[in-house]
Design a protein around this ligand. Structure first.
Ligand SMILES: [Zn+2]
Length: 169
């Protein structure tokens, strides 16, 4: 039995001694080099065992349990509650998807000139198309122009404020 062959069996000797032949065990018992190798391997494995199983914080389980309970209890209920508030009890929040869709239509029909997006000319004004939808869009467009005016007033206000602040500083 040569040492090289015995050394390949050394891990087995530590992990599953019964699987190693008596021949190998006898060799390790009588060969100083193989015995030394076995000792070194044993030390390494002991170190790895210590490293692989560090002590978990004593509060880990408690914290984990609390977090899980909070998630299970609070999250779904809170989420549903928020959604319900938003879509059922919100004063006019439910109008938002409709308004957004209408605005998208205005932009699409108006080619960007309505609602103040860009200053390029409109080859086919919406006014020439007779359709109740377009009429609705036109009234909405008027509203959009009002909003635009309000916006530009706001912008003037802020620029005035900014100028005043700049002068005072
Ligand atoms: Zn040996």
């Amino acid at each position: 039995m040569n040492c090289q062959k015995v050394k390949t069996s050394l891990p087995d000797l530590l992990l599953a001694p019964k699987s190693v032949s008596a021949e190998v065990r006898a060799h390790v018992g009588s060969c100083a080099e193989c015995a030394k190798e076995l000792k070194g391997l044993e030390a390494t494995m002991a170190m790895m065992e210590e490293w692989a199983a560090p002590d978990v914080s004593p509060y880990f389980d408690t914290r984990m349990a609390v977090l899980l309970r909070e998630e299970q209890q609070a999250a779904p209920a809170g989420w549903l509650e928020r959604m319900r508030e938003r879509f059922l009890f919100g004063s006019h929040m439910h109008m938002r998807p409709l308004a957004a869709a209408t605005l998208a239509l205005i932009i699409a029909v108006g080619g960007g000139t309505y609602a103040g997006f860009g200053g390029f000319s409109n080859p086919q004004p919406a006014a020439q198309v007779a359709s109740p939808v377009i009429k609705d869009l036109q009234s909405l467009d008027e509203n959009a122009q009002v909003f635009q005016q309000l916006n530009s007033m706001d912008q003037q206000d802020t620029s005035d404020n900014g100028g005043g602040a700049g002068n005072s500083l």
